[in-house]
Design a protein around this ligand. Structure first.
Ligand SMILES: [Zn+2]
Length: 376
């Protein structure tokens, strides 16, 4: 076990932040797993999980059980972690640039295809090494002027050559769920089972270039670009959503860490025996997730909770407008546009028109669900 602090550039005189990286196993050992938490700086359940996972891995390390290489970044975004606006933690967007910390990650497909493409052959291991070398070059070319840019380059560089990349987030009020690329299913069923995912949502391109797709999506794009070469899907990258913002406790962190350790053991990074994966719900298309929006302003009274299966037309919430003149006009009912699993809902009890109140995962793609499929 080895930990280091990587300095970010000083954003203003007298201030400085750093990134803590904890490493287990021999550098270069395979498989390599990279786990980070709270890229959205206010999403803390994953931070608690990695704090506990670090302890479990330290014990495994002391017992000589680390087989691959494991890199943990328990607080992936010290910038977002430290942002507070008038008493509210605001970690989703970089306040300096008003940009979402988990969007706009680079897509190096063209660059990697140009540099590694002509040398790809029929040896899968050699191809993977060529692609990772080109990706490493690309990562080193990322701009690093400014704190957020430097942070991005560091995180990208740490993750780019991993076999497994897990980006730990949370929703507002939610059950544990998982975002994955279609081509990774059902291979990643064990991940869904080991983290206790109650809704696994698949998309090849979810829109906006989130962190995980920068690593997993490259491989299926390269497969398509070079169909006659032997290119595996060499990175299982996923966004893990550990429930809601307030679901932070030592008990939950210990459970989450135990699930992650089980997965890492199953995948050969840690020596040991694990039971077969538990049963978990079948994955559903991200294009089948209904983002249920508030049709009017009002106080939110939820009638359905995260984890609940709802029928099409079921009452999800009532919006109460306390100042409407007639009592009959005070209530606006919000119903499920599709049957499925209600896996996340809003945390604020004041809805503005257009706010997302709930997310319901149906089984089939919904008409008109194209383009950016994630919430902003
Ligand atoms: Zn997030």
């Amino acid at each position: 076990m080895h930990s280091e602090l990587l300095d970010l550039p000083c954003p203003a005189p007298g201030t400085r932040r750093s990134l803590k990286v904890v490493r287990f196993g021999r550098p270069g050992a395979r498989p390599k797993a990279y786990l980070q938490a709270a890229l959205h700086g206010d999403e803390l359940p994953g931070v608690m999980a990695l704090a506990h996972l670090e302890e479990l891995l330290a014990a495994a390390d002391a017992a000589g059980r680390i087989r691959g290489e494991i890199v943990l970044v328990p607080v992936a975004n010290p910038i977002g972690l430290s942002q507070s606006v008038m008493g509210s933690h605001a970690g989703r967007y970089d306040l300096a640039s008003m940009s979402n910390f988990n969007r706009g990650w680079p897509d190096f497909l063209e660059r990697v295809a140009h540099e590694a493409g002509p040398r790809l052959g029929l040896d899968a291991a050699a191809n993977v090494a060529l692609v990772r070398a080109a990706l490493g070059e690309a990562a080193r070319s990322m701009p690093a002027i400014g704190e957020n840019a430097a942070l991005r380059r560091l995180l990208y560089g740490l993750a780019h050559d991993a076999d497994i990349v897990l980006d730990l987030h949370c929703d507002l009020e939610a059950v544990t769920h998982l975002y994955l690329g279609d081509p990774l299913w059902p291979d990643a069923r064990d991940l869904a089972a080991d983290i206790g995912s109650e809704a696994t949502l698949l998309a090849e391109v979810s829109g906006g270039n989130p962190f995980d797709e920068a690593f997993s999506g490259l491989w299926w794009s390269l497969q398509r670009r070079f169909p006659d070469r032997n290119l595996p899907l060499a990175c299982l990258a996923a966004t893990v959503e550990y429930r809601g913002l307030a679901d932070v406790s030592e008990r939950q962190g210990r459970q989450d860490a135990a699930g992650l350790l089980r997965f890492l053991t199953r995948r050969g990074l840690v020596a040991g025996e694990v039971p077969p994966p538990a049963a978990c719900p079948e994955a559903r298309p991200l294009e089948g997730v209904a983002m249920v929006r508030a049709p009017a302003a009002g106080l939110v009274s939820f009638e359905a909770a995260p984890g609940q299966e709802v029928e099409e037309g079921a009452l999800l919430a009532v919006l109460v407008h306390p100042l409407a003149g007639e009592p009959s006009r005070r209530r606006t009912e919000v119903r499920a546009p599709v049957g499925g699993t209600l896996f996340a809902r809003a945390a604020c009890r004041l809805a503005r028109p257009g706010d997302i109140l709930a997310k319901v995962a149906g089984t089939r793609p919904l008409p008109g669900r194209t383009g950016a499929l994630l919430s902003d």
